[in-house]
Unconditional design. Structure first.
Length: 336
């Protein structure tokens, strides 16, 4: 996937694994780094780590950090059930892993429970905005700025001129609803004349079949563009949209080339900057006691280069997106 840091041009100065529960094999660490210098990381994702979206963002970050010689890691997938994830997190801690990452709202309770029993191990837990204040001495919390993800996605959708616009979301959770509200704001800012069809929830983060059915239903209602927030459902949205020749936003590379052919762009999460910061804090003995957010400015949010879909998307969309990002950087554009 070709991605761009959202503020790369404007704020440079500010700067596979298909079996459930199996671990990702780790390669040999760099010969120039001794074992004492390497942080051992145990990570858990709620879904498949090759989803091309949320879960893979963590897997990719871990792989890159291992290649750089900073970590050794083990990754367990499909850990959404606390009855499964809690023993795995505890096993990582009891084996002496330095950092245990719970990547996903489903893992929060398990992480906090296990962290109480292992005060000398560093843990991370993720969720919505409410998780940021739940940090402890050995648990750092993480979320992403849903306002920026939603608004930018909506702005791109509005710039295409497509109307009406449909939305297929995963589950009616607070942060998903908030992202959709900001998406609507972004559409209105870019194209006040655009209309939006009622949002449809697939009822799952990963049910691609349900998402495809919902997308087809929206297209039957006249949708000329369908937006999704990603995860496993994006494959269903992308497939149904591409089959109907309708634009999409939010489809991940895991959906395949055909689905991506009509996908204008995807605003996504890049976990590398955040995970690297955690690793460095653990190595320096400075971990804990704070919550962190992936934002445009810190490079935790990225987007695919604008696809003109064989001329169906106006040529000036990319330039207008850059203008928006510059406005967010200098404060002339605010999201509320």
């Amino acid at each position: 996937m070709r991605t761009r840091p959202l503020l790369a041009a404007t704020v440079a100065a500010t700067a596979a694994i298909a079996l459930a529960g199996c671990s990702v094999s780790v390669s040999e660490t760099s010969e120039t780094v001794t074992s004492d210098d390497v942080v051992r990381v145990g990570a858990l994702t709620p879904g498949n780590a090759n989803d091309g979206a949320f879960n893979q963002s963590l897997a990719d970050a871990l792989a890159q950090l291992e290649e750089e010689g900073l970590i050794e890691y083990e990754l367990r997938e499909q850990m959404a059930d606390p009855a499964t994830s809690e023993p795995v997190a505890a096993d990582f801690a009891s084996q002496g892993f330095d950092l245990v990452i719970g990547h996903g709202i489903e893992l929060g309770d398990a992480i906090f429970s296990v962290a109480e029993d292992f005060p000398d191990t560093a843990f991370t837990a993720s969720g919505g905005l409410d998780i940021l204040d739940r940090y402890t001495d050995n648990v750092e919390t993480w979320t992403y700025d849903s306002s920026q993800v939603g608004y930018l996605s909506g702005y791109i959708a509005g710039l295409t001129g497509a109307t009406p616009i449909g939305r297929v979301e995963s589950m009616e959770l607070d942060f998903v609803v908030a992202t959709d509200e900001f998406f609507q704001q972004g559409v209105a800012a870019a194209n006040p004349a655009a209309s939006l069809l009622p949002v449809v929830y697939a009822g799952s983060f990963d049910d691609a079949e349900a998402a495809a059915s919902a997308t087809t239903g929206l297209i039957d209602q006249g949708a000329q563009l369908v937006y999704t927030t990603g995860d496993g459902i994006a494959a269903g949205v992308g497939a149904a949209a591409a089959e109907a020749g309708v634009l999409s936003i939010g489809v991940s590379p895991a959906a395949g080339a055909e689905a991506l052919a009509t996908n204008v762009s995807t605003v996504d999460i890049d976990m590398y900057p955040i995970v690297k910061a955690w690793v460095e804090e653990v190595a320096d003995g400075e971990f804990g006691g704070k919550g962190v957010t992936s934002t445009l400015a810190n490079g935790g949010i990225v987007f695919q280069e604008i696809n003109d879909v064989d001329g169906a998307v106006p040529a000036d969309v990319a330039a207008k997106v850059d203008e928006l990002i510059a406005g967010l950087a200098d404060g002339s554009v605010t999201i509320s």
